[in-house]
Ligand binder design. Structure first.
Ligand code: KIV
Ligand code: NA
Length: 274
């Protein structure tokens, strides 16, 4: 049985911390589910880690739908949340059109939108239409040219605004909230002030859960791991070593061996070459 937003909200009430992880394709979705991740995010971070862009801004709704569909075709257990990408929910009408595609074609169970007060009408409309929506406050990478890529809400005025946004999103019907790159004590306070689950990234251990990017967690890009990430494996190096071994075997003529090849009746071959 697939997890629901009610299951995730119950985890908060029970004091059970929630892990969330980004996935972008069928292999990662299957692995994450086998490992017991209750909530998967098809994040627009795919722009950087899958598509080679510098930011999330060039990511299109088509990109999101394609990757979300790859995940939801194989996923059975986790609650799958999909990001609406940059400029696809600027108006309430845009949000409705984008949401339809992510839900129907992408197959996700919930959506995530960046922003606070400015996107409340979009939240209310999507919730009215029966769509679970997750908020995203603090560092919102789609606004990076305006706010930078640094820790947000270190000062009282901005921190107060963030708390107000969190409460407003809860009132608008958000089922959960991501807090990205904000001071740990503020994230903990917000988690206590709202009743919906607060999922942190670079926001300390006081949140109701944590979200991480697949490639950061597994060390796919050896040279760049953000400070907020803990690298649980060095998969990039493991992959490189495997590919090196393959290249060496091909060069040496030791791949493929008989086990990976098919035999042929000698008479058939002789007749063919005659
Ligand atoms: O796109 C993403 O991966 C995200 C998480 C970092 C929360 O939005
Ligand atoms: Na995102």
């Amino acid at each position: 049985m697939r997890r629901t937003i009610a299951d995730v909200q119950k985890m908060k009430r029970m004091g059970e911390r929630i892990s969330m992880l980004t996935v972008y394709d069928c292999a990662s979705a299957l692995i994450a589910e086998r490992a017991g991740v209750p909530m998967l995010l098809v994040g627009d971070s795919l722009g950087m880690v899958m598509l080679g862009y510098d930011t999330t801004l060039p990511v299109t709704l088509d990109d999101m739908v394609r990757h979300a569909a790859a995940v939801t075709r194989v996923s059975r257990e986790a609650l799958v949340v999909g990001d609406l990408p940059f400029m696809t929910y600027a108006t309430t009408q845009d949000a409705v059109i984008s949401a339809r595609r992510m839900m129907q074609e992408g197959g996700v169970q919930a959506l995530k939108l960046e922003g606070g007060a400015a996107v409340l009408p979009q939240f209310r409309r999507l919730v009215e239409l029966g769509i679970p929506v997750m908020g995203h406050l603090g560092l919102t990478p789609q606004s990076q040219h305006q706010i930078g890529l640094r820790v947000q809400a270190k000062r009282a005025a901005e921190a107060r605004r963030l708390l107000e946004d969190a409460l407003a999103l809860e009132t608008a019907g958000a089922f959960a909230l991501v807090l990205e790159l904000v001071p740990a004590p503020l994230a903990e306070a917000v988690s206590k002030h709202v009743s919906i689950p607060v999922i942190g990234i670079g926001a300390g251990a006081g949140c109701d859960g944590q979200v991480q990017v697949w490639h950061d967690l597994l060390g796919l890009f050896e040279e760049k791991t953000p400070r907020h990430a803990r690298r649980y494996a060095s998969i990039g190096t493991a992959m490189e070593n495997a590919v090196r071994a393959y290249v060496a075997d091909v060069r040496a003529g030791s791949f493929p061996s008989a086990a990976q090849s098919t035999v042929m009746d000698e008479a058939e071959l002789a007749a063919a070459l005659d």
